[in-house]
Ligand binder design. Sequence first.
Ligand code: 3PG
Ligand code: MG
Length: 394
Amino acid sequence: MNVKKLADLDVAGKRVFIRADLNVPQDEAGNIVEDTRIRASLPSIRYCLERGAAVMVTSHLGRPAEGECRAEDTLAPIAVRLGELLGKPVRLIRDWVEGGFEVRAGEIVLLENCRCNKGEKKDNEELAKKMAALCDIYVNDAFGTAHRAEATTHGIARFAPVACAGMLMGAEIDALTKATENPARPLVAIVGGAKVSTKLTILKTLAQKVDQLIVGGGIANTFLLASGKRIGESLAEPELVKEAQAIMDMMKARGAEVPLPVDVVVADEVSALARANRIPVDEVGPHDRILDVGPKSSAKLAEIIAHAGTIVWNGPVGVFEHNQFAGGTKMMASAIAHSEAFCIAGGGDTLAAIAKFHIAQDIGYISTGGGAFLEFLEGKKLPAIAALEARFAD
Ligand code: 3PG
Ligand code: MG
Protein backbone atom coordinates (compact mmCIF):
# COMPACT_ATOMS: atom_id res chain seq x y z
CA MET A 1 0.00 0.00 0.00
CA ASN A 2 1.37 3.40 -0.93
CA VAL A 3 1.23 5.48 2.21
CA LYS A 4 3.82 7.76 3.82
CA LYS A 5 5.31 6.20 6.95
CA LEU A 6 6.05 8.02 10.17
CA ALA A 7 9.45 6.31 10.48
CA ASP A 8 10.56 8.00 7.22
CA LEU A 9 9.77 11.52 8.43
CA ASP A 10 11.78 14.06 10.37
CA VAL A 11 9.55 15.05 13.25
CA ALA A 12 12.03 17.10 15.31
CA GLY A 13 10.44 20.33 16.53
CA LYS A 14 7.26 19.56 14.61
CA ARG A 15 3.69 19.64 15.94
CA VAL A 16 2.52 16.07 15.47
CA PHE A 17 -1.16 15.09 15.71
CA ILE A 18 -1.61 11.35 16.28
CA ARG A 19 -5.05 9.79 15.81
CA ALA A 20 -4.81 6.60 17.87
CA ASP A 21 -7.49 4.03 18.73
CA LEU A 22 -7.51 4.03 22.53
CA ASN A 23 -11.08 2.74 22.65
CA VAL A 24 -10.49 0.14 25.37
CA PRO A 25 -13.00 -1.84 27.43
CA GLN A 26 -13.79 -0.38 30.87
CA ASP A 27 -15.74 -1.60 33.87
CA GLU A 28 -18.70 0.33 35.34
CA ALA A 29 -16.36 2.48 37.40
CA GLY A 30 -14.35 3.44 34.32
CA ASN A 31 -11.32 1.26 35.13
CA ILE A 32 -9.51 -0.04 32.07
CA VAL A 33 -10.10 -3.79 31.78
CA GLU A 34 -7.75 -4.51 28.89
CA ASP A 35 -5.08 -2.12 27.56
CA THR A 36 -3.70 -3.80 24.41
CA ARG A 37 -4.67 -0.85 22.23
CA ILE A 38 -2.92 1.65 24.51
CA ARG A 39 0.28 -0.40 24.54
CA ALA A 40 0.12 -0.87 20.78
CA SER A 41 0.02 2.92 20.35
CA LEU A 42 3.26 3.49 22.25
CA PRO A 43 5.86 2.98 19.47
CA SER A 44 4.63 5.92 17.37
CA ILE A 45 4.26 8.13 20.43
CA ARG A 46 7.74 7.26 21.71
CA TYR A 47 9.26 7.75 18.26
CA CYS A 48 7.91 11.32 18.16
CA LEU A 49 8.75 12.17 21.77
CA GLU A 50 12.31 10.89 21.53
CA ARG A 51 12.92 13.07 18.48
CA GLY A 52 11.63 16.22 20.10
CA ALA A 53 8.21 16.58 18.52
CA ALA A 54 5.34 18.33 20.28
CA VAL A 55 2.90 15.44 20.45
CA MET A 56 -0.90 15.63 20.49
CA VAL A 57 -2.76 12.32 20.69
CA THR A 58 -6.48 11.85 20.37
CA SER A 59 -8.91 8.93 20.19
CA HIS A 60 -12.57 8.20 20.46
CA LEU A 61 -13.93 6.26 23.43
CA GLY A 62 -17.28 4.60 22.93
CA ARG A 63 -20.00 6.27 20.91
CA PRO A 64 -20.88 9.48 22.77
CA ALA A 65 -23.46 12.03 21.61
CA GLU A 66 -21.62 14.86 19.87
CA GLY A 67 -21.54 18.27 21.51
CA GLU A 68 -21.28 17.04 25.08
CA CYS A 69 -18.76 15.05 27.06
CA ARG A 70 -20.28 13.04 29.89
CA ALA A 71 -18.28 11.51 32.72
CA GLU A 72 -18.26 8.12 30.99
CA ASP A 73 -16.92 9.64 27.76
CA THR A 74 -13.73 11.11 29.13
CA LEU A 75 -10.26 9.92 28.18
CA ALA A 76 -9.05 10.77 31.72
CA PRO A 77 -8.42 7.12 32.72
CA ILE A 78 -6.55 6.63 29.47
CA ALA A 79 -4.36 9.67 30.14
CA VAL A 80 -3.42 8.10 33.47
CA ARG A 81 -2.56 4.71 31.93
CA LEU A 82 -0.64 6.30 29.08
CA GLY A 83 1.33 8.33 31.63
CA GLU A 84 2.18 5.17 33.59
CA LEU A 85 3.37 3.38 30.47
CA LEU A 86 5.43 6.34 29.21
CA GLY A 87 6.79 7.21 32.63
CA LYS A 88 5.76 10.84 32.26
CA PRO A 89 2.61 12.84 32.96
CA VAL A 90 0.05 13.16 30.18
CA ARG A 91 -2.05 16.31 30.35
CA LEU A 92 -5.64 15.98 29.16
CA ILE A 93 -6.86 18.92 27.05
CA ARG A 94 -10.58 19.62 26.81
CA ASP A 95 -12.21 21.84 24.15
CA TRP A 96 -9.15 21.65 21.96
CA VAL A 97 -10.50 22.07 18.42
CA GLU A 98 -9.90 25.84 18.29
CA GLY A 99 -6.36 25.46 19.67
CA GLY A 100 -5.24 27.84 22.43
CA PHE A 101 -3.16 25.28 24.33
CA GLU A 102 0.61 24.89 24.47
CA VAL A 103 2.60 21.71 23.84
CA ARG A 104 6.37 21.85 24.29
CA ALA A 105 8.85 19.91 22.18
CA GLY A 106 9.20 16.46 23.75
CA GLU A 107 5.88 16.80 25.55
CA ILE A 108 2.70 14.76 25.02
CA VAL A 109 -0.87 15.87 25.59
CA LEU A 110 -4.03 13.84 25.16
CA LEU A 111 -6.88 15.62 23.39
CA GLU A 112 -10.26 14.72 24.90
CA ASN A 113 -12.56 12.17 23.17
CA CYS A 114 -12.69 13.30 19.54
CA ARG A 115 -16.23 11.94 19.11
CA CYS A 116 -17.47 14.58 21.55
CA ASN A 117 -16.74 17.18 18.85
CA LYS A 118 -19.67 18.18 16.63
CA GLY A 119 -19.10 16.92 13.11
CA GLU A 120 -16.65 14.12 13.92
CA LYS A 121 -18.85 11.19 12.88
CA LYS A 122 -20.04 12.88 9.68
CA ASP A 123 -16.49 13.78 8.65
CA ASN A 124 -17.35 17.51 8.69
CA GLU A 125 -14.96 19.51 6.55
CA GLU A 126 -14.84 22.64 8.75
CA LEU A 127 -13.95 20.51 11.77
CA ALA A 128 -11.32 18.61 9.80
CA LYS A 129 -9.71 21.88 8.64
CA LYS A 130 -9.56 23.26 12.17
CA MET A 131 -7.91 20.08 13.46
CA ALA A 132 -5.47 20.03 10.55
CA ALA A 133 -4.43 23.58 11.45
CA LEU A 134 -3.21 22.33 14.85
CA CYS A 135 -0.36 20.32 13.33
CA ASP A 136 2.54 20.09 10.92
CA ILE A 137 2.23 16.31 10.60
CA TYR A 138 -0.89 14.18 10.89
CA VAL A 139 -0.30 10.56 11.87
CA ASN A 140 -3.03 7.97 11.61
CA ASP A 141 -2.22 5.08 13.91
CA ALA A 142 -5.85 4.10 14.59
CA PHE A 143 -6.11 0.87 12.64
CA GLY A 144 -9.09 -0.17 14.80
CA THR A 145 -11.05 2.81 13.44
CA ALA A 146 -9.74 2.66 9.86
CA HIS A 147 -13.13 1.43 8.58
CA ARG A 148 -14.76 4.71 9.67
CA ALA A 149 -14.60 7.87 7.56
CA GLU A 150 -14.68 10.42 10.37
CA ALA A 151 -13.06 13.86 10.74
CA THR A 152 -10.03 12.55 12.69
CA THR A 153 -9.60 9.40 10.58
CA HIS A 154 -10.38 10.76 7.13
CA GLY A 155 -11.12 14.49 6.64
CA ILE A 156 -8.07 15.76 8.50
CA ALA A 157 -5.80 13.73 6.22
CA ARG A 158 -6.87 15.91 3.29
CA PHE A 159 -5.94 19.20 4.95
CA ALA A 160 -2.92 18.51 7.17
CA PRO A 161 0.42 19.65 5.69
CA VAL A 162 1.66 16.03 5.79
CA ALA A 163 -0.40 12.88 6.38
CA CYS A 164 1.23 9.54 7.19
CA ALA A 165 0.62 6.11 8.73
CA GLY A 166 1.90 5.46 12.24
CA MET A 167 3.89 2.37 13.19
CA LEU A 168 0.91 0.36 14.37
CA MET A 169 -1.06 1.18 11.22
CA GLY A 170 1.95 0.10 9.14
CA ALA A 171 2.39 -3.16 11.06
CA GLU A 172 -1.31 -4.00 10.78
CA ILE A 173 -1.35 -3.42 7.04
CA ASP A 174 1.79 -5.55 6.57
CA ALA A 175 0.60 -8.48 8.71
CA LEU A 176 -2.92 -8.61 7.29
CA THR A 177 -1.64 -8.33 3.75
CA LYS A 178 0.74 -11.24 4.40
CA ALA A 179 -2.09 -13.44 5.67
CA THR A 180 -4.48 -12.61 2.86
CA GLU A 181 -2.37 -12.19 -0.26
CA ASN A 182 -0.60 -15.50 -0.52
CA PRO A 183 -1.48 -17.55 2.54
CA ALA A 184 0.14 -20.88 3.32
CA ARG A 185 -2.59 -23.55 2.88
CA PRO A 186 -4.76 -24.92 4.28
CA LEU A 187 -6.25 -21.57 5.19
CA VAL A 188 -8.58 -21.91 8.16
CA ALA A 189 -10.88 -19.12 9.29
CA ILE A 190 -12.56 -19.10 12.69
CA VAL A 191 -15.52 -16.75 12.94
CA GLY A 192 -17.35 -16.83 16.24
CA GLY A 193 -19.46 -14.52 18.32
CA ALA A 194 -23.08 -13.74 18.77
CA LYS A 195 -24.49 -12.59 15.46
CA VAL A 196 -24.47 -13.80 11.89
CA SER A 197 -25.94 -10.59 10.51
CA THR A 198 -22.96 -8.39 11.40
CA LYS A 199 -20.53 -10.95 10.05
CA LEU A 200 -22.48 -12.21 7.07
CA THR A 201 -20.50 -10.44 4.38
CA ILE A 202 -17.21 -11.57 5.85
CA LEU A 203 -18.52 -15.15 6.01
CA LYS A 204 -19.48 -15.01 2.34
CA THR A 205 -16.12 -13.60 1.28
CA LEU A 206 -14.25 -16.10 3.41
CA ALA A 207 -16.32 -18.96 2.01
CA GLN A 208 -14.75 -18.21 -1.38
CA LYS A 209 -11.19 -18.18 -0.07
CA VAL A 210 -10.69 -20.50 2.87
CA ASP A 211 -10.33 -24.28 3.06
CA GLN A 212 -12.16 -24.63 6.38
CA LEU A 213 -14.60 -22.18 7.89
CA ILE A 214 -15.06 -22.78 11.60
CA VAL A 215 -18.12 -21.00 12.97
CA GLY A 216 -18.83 -20.55 16.65
CA GLY A 217 -21.31 -19.05 19.09
CA GLY A 218 -24.65 -17.71 17.84
CA ILE A 219 -23.31 -17.99 14.31
CA ALA A 220 -22.83 -21.74 14.68
CA ASN A 221 -26.35 -22.06 16.08
CA THR A 222 -27.77 -20.47 12.95
CA PHE A 223 -25.74 -22.92 10.85
CA LEU A 224 -27.02 -25.81 12.98
CA LEU A 225 -30.59 -24.64 12.31
CA ALA A 226 -29.78 -24.50 8.61
CA SER A 227 -28.60 -28.09 8.73
CA GLY A 228 -31.91 -29.16 10.29
CA LYS A 229 -30.88 -29.45 13.96
CA ARG A 230 -32.99 -28.39 16.92
CA ILE A 231 -31.32 -25.71 19.03
CA GLY A 232 -33.92 -25.12 21.78
CA GLU A 233 -33.69 -21.58 23.11
CA SER A 234 -30.20 -20.94 21.85
CA LEU A 235 -29.22 -17.58 20.46
CA ALA A 236 -29.57 -17.67 16.68
CA GLU A 237 -30.95 -15.71 13.75
CA PRO A 238 -33.57 -17.94 12.08
CA GLU A 239 -34.17 -15.33 9.38
CA LEU A 240 -30.63 -15.91 8.16
CA VAL A 241 -30.88 -19.69 7.82
CA LYS A 242 -31.01 -19.44 4.03
CA GLU A 243 -27.83 -17.39 3.99
CA ALA A 244 -26.12 -19.92 6.22
CA GLN A 245 -27.26 -22.71 3.90
CA ALA A 246 -25.90 -20.81 0.90
CA ILE A 247 -22.52 -20.44 2.59
CA MET A 248 -22.37 -24.18 3.35
CA ASP A 249 -23.29 -24.97 -0.27
CA MET A 250 -20.65 -22.56 -1.54
CA MET A 251 -18.01 -24.27 0.57
CA LYS A 252 -19.13 -27.75 -0.45
CA ALA A 253 -19.00 -26.85 -4.15
CA ARG A 254 -15.33 -25.96 -3.66
CA GLY A 255 -14.57 -29.19 -1.83
CA ALA A 256 -14.20 -27.21 1.38
CA GLU A 257 -16.19 -27.51 4.59
CA VAL A 258 -18.00 -25.80 7.46
CA PRO A 259 -17.47 -28.26 10.34
CA LEU A 260 -20.48 -28.14 12.66
CA PRO A 261 -20.54 -29.35 16.28
CA VAL A 262 -21.52 -32.97 16.93
CA ASP A 263 -21.77 -32.37 20.66
CA VAL A 264 -22.50 -29.24 22.66
CA VAL A 265 -22.55 -27.82 26.18
CA VAL A 266 -25.99 -26.60 27.19
CA ALA A 267 -27.56 -24.86 30.18
CA ASP A 268 -30.86 -23.15 30.82
CA GLU A 269 -29.24 -19.77 31.46
CA VAL A 270 -26.06 -17.82 30.79
CA SER A 271 -24.56 -17.16 34.19
CA ALA A 272 -21.57 -17.96 36.33
CA LEU A 273 -23.70 -20.38 38.37
CA ALA A 274 -25.46 -22.08 35.48
CA ARG A 275 -25.29 -25.89 35.46
CA ALA A 276 -23.66 -27.09 32.27
CA ASN A 277 -24.51 -30.37 30.51
CA ARG A 278 -22.53 -32.00 27.73
CA ILE A 279 -24.79 -33.69 25.23
CA PRO A 280 -24.81 -34.90 21.61
CA VAL A 281 -26.14 -32.18 19.32
CA ASP A 282 -29.17 -34.34 18.47
CA GLU A 283 -30.30 -34.34 22.10
CA VAL A 284 -30.71 -30.60 22.57
CA GLY A 285 -34.01 -30.05 24.41
CA PRO A 286 -36.62 -27.36 23.82
CA HIS A 287 -35.42 -25.22 26.77
CA ASP A 288 -31.69 -25.75 26.33
CA ARG A 289 -29.29 -23.02 25.33
CA ILE A 290 -26.14 -24.04 23.52
CA LEU A 291 -23.27 -22.14 25.17
CA ASP A 292 -20.19 -24.03 24.00
CA VAL A 293 -19.09 -26.88 21.76
CA GLY A 294 -18.62 -30.26 23.39
CA PRO A 295 -15.33 -32.17 23.77
CA LYS A 296 -15.72 -34.28 20.60
CA SER A 297 -16.32 -31.16 18.55
CA SER A 298 -13.45 -29.24 20.05
CA ALA A 299 -11.12 -32.19 19.44
CA LYS A 300 -12.15 -32.09 15.78
CA LEU A 301 -11.52 -28.33 15.62
CA ALA A 302 -8.13 -28.80 17.26
CA GLU A 303 -7.23 -31.34 14.59
CA ILE A 304 -8.21 -28.98 11.78
CA ILE A 305 -6.14 -26.24 13.38
CA ALA A 306 -3.16 -28.55 13.83
CA HIS A 307 -2.99 -29.09 10.06
CA ALA A 308 -3.54 -25.47 9.06
CA GLY A 309 -0.99 -23.38 7.21
CA THR A 310 -2.66 -20.07 8.03
CA ILE A 311 -5.32 -19.26 10.62
CA VAL A 312 -7.51 -16.19 10.72
CA TRP A 313 -9.28 -15.91 14.06
CA ASN A 314 -12.16 -13.63 15.02
CA GLY A 315 -14.48 -14.61 17.82
CA PRO A 316 -14.83 -17.37 20.43
CA VAL A 317 -16.81 -20.61 20.03
CA GLY A 318 -18.48 -20.44 23.44
CA VAL A 319 -19.31 -18.13 26.33
CA PHE A 320 -15.72 -18.46 27.58
CA GLU A 321 -16.14 -15.73 30.21
CA HIS A 322 -17.74 -18.47 32.35
CA ASN A 323 -15.47 -21.43 32.97
CA GLN A 324 -18.13 -24.09 32.43
CA PHE A 325 -18.58 -22.80 28.86
CA ALA A 326 -14.91 -22.04 28.18
CA GLY A 327 -13.77 -25.55 27.19
CA GLY A 328 -14.20 -25.19 23.41
CA THR A 329 -12.49 -21.83 23.16
CA LYS A 330 -9.73 -22.99 25.50
CA MET A 331 -9.06 -26.11 23.45
CA MET A 332 -9.05 -24.04 20.29
CA ALA A 333 -6.70 -21.47 21.82
CA SER A 334 -4.32 -24.17 22.88
CA ALA A 335 -4.43 -25.79 19.43
CA ILE A 336 -3.64 -22.42 17.85
CA ALA A 337 -0.79 -21.88 20.30
CA HIS A 338 0.76 -25.23 19.41
CA SER A 339 0.17 -25.01 15.68
CA GLU A 340 2.95 -24.15 13.24
CA ALA A 341 0.50 -22.05 11.23
CA PHE A 342 0.78 -18.29 10.93
CA CYS A 343 -2.19 -17.03 12.95
CA ILE A 344 -3.67 -13.57 12.85
CA ALA A 345 -6.28 -12.77 15.45
CA GLY A 346 -8.46 -9.72 15.97
CA GLY A 347 -11.54 -8.41 17.76
CA GLY A 348 -12.29 -7.51 21.35
CA ASP A 349 -13.59 -10.93 22.47
CA THR A 350 -10.71 -12.66 20.74
CA LEU A 351 -8.18 -10.45 22.52
CA ALA A 352 -9.91 -11.25 25.82
CA ALA A 353 -9.72 -15.00 25.08
CA ILE A 354 -6.04 -14.73 24.13
CA ALA A 355 -5.39 -12.96 27.44
CA LYS A 356 -7.47 -15.42 29.48
CA PHE A 357 -5.66 -18.46 28.07
CA HIS A 358 -2.21 -16.79 28.08
CA ILE A 359 -1.34 -17.52 24.46
CA ALA A 360 -0.40 -14.01 23.24
CA GLN A 361 3.22 -15.00 22.63
CA ASP A 362 2.10 -17.88 20.37
CA ILE A 363 -0.03 -15.81 18.00
CA GLY A 364 1.68 -14.65 14.80
CA TYR A 365 -0.03 -11.29 14.79
CA ILE A 366 -2.66 -9.82 17.10
CA SER A 367 -4.63 -7.10 15.39
CA THR A 368 -6.06 -4.20 17.37
CA GLY A 369 -8.95 -4.07 14.93
CA GLY A 370 -12.38 -5.62 15.33
CA GLY A 371 -14.62 -4.28 12.57
CA ALA A 372 -11.60 -2.90 10.72
CA PHE A 373 -9.86 -6.29 10.88
CA LEU A 374 -12.89 -8.02 9.35
CA GLU A 375 -13.39 -5.41 6.64
CA PHE A 376 -9.71 -5.58 5.68
CA LEU A 377 -9.98 -9.38 5.40
CA GLU A 378 -13.05 -8.93 3.22
CA GLY A 379 -10.83 -7.07 0.80
CA LYS A 380 -12.62 -3.76 1.35
CA LYS A 381 -10.74 -0.51 0.95
CA LEU A 382 -10.68 1.10 4.39
CA PRO A 383 -11.45 4.83 4.15
CA ALA A 384 -8.72 5.91 6.58
CA ILE A 385 -6.09 4.02 4.58
CA ALA A 386 -7.48 5.40 1.31
CA ALA A 387 -7.13 8.92 2.73
CA LEU A 388 -3.44 8.30 3.47
CA GLU A 389 -2.89 6.81 0.03
CA ALA A 390 -4.36 9.95 -1.53
CA ARG A 391 -1.61 11.97 0.20
CA PHE A 392 1.26 9.64 -0.70
CA ALA A 393 2.64 11.64 -3.61
CA ASP A 394 2.73 15.10 -2.02
C1 3PG B 1 -13.78 -0.67 17.73
O1 3PG B 1 -13.74 -0.82 18.94
O2 3PG B 1 -14.23 -1.53 16.96
C2 3PG B 1 -13.21 0.60 17.16
O3 3PG B 1 -12.63 1.38 18.15
C3 3PG B 1 -14.25 1.35 16.37
O4 3PG B 1 -15.30 1.74 17.20
P1 3PG B 1 -16.74 1.98 16.59
O5 3PG B 1 -17.27 0.64 16.20
O6 3PG B 1 -17.54 2.64 17.68
O7 3PG B 1 -16.58 2.87 15.38
MG1 MG C 1 -16.93 -1.63 17.85
